[in-house]
Write a protein of this length. Sequence first.
Length: 195
Amino acid sequence: MTTSLSRIVFAFAALAALFGSSLHAAKATPLPDDPAVTDQDRIYMKRAYELAVSATTKGNTCYGALLVKDGKVLMEGENDAITSGDTTHHAETGLISKATVALGRDVVSGAVLYTSTEPCIMCCGAIRFAGIKKFVYGTTAIQVTRLRGTKLPDQPLQCREVFQRMGFGDVVIVGPVDEARGLVDHAAALAKGIR
């Protein structure tokens, strides 16, 4: 069995264990990887998922992010909105805020952002204003919403549409990437009561 296939089988088994025998009840079947994903993207996405899990060990929701430039990790961040008390401290916004102060906007704008889960509208705004031209995300926000059992809006707004509607269609967006892994991580956090 290939590594990718074994990961998917593991993910389905973990989701089934957390949500009973039926994955259909969770309605969060992993989507296929974006065809544009590279092997290097997969390496950095693995780290973003590790950061997301680390956030949950501290009582925060399951989101992690890192900035990479020229094959070097510049800075990493985790969601700490719960423990910091600052609801704007998503993994992406917290990381971008810290990085632009420490490294400068010119450095940050030339980096690639890797984030464990598709950025929300607030995080899309931070990405745009930081001048980041490419980001890669792991799990789609719609799948996380389904996993939580929350009703989806009639017309969910996804990050690609956000950038198109803001007039920044030139931002390169790659995702989902290894969504099965991300759904397992989110499911584990939900099982601990972290929403």
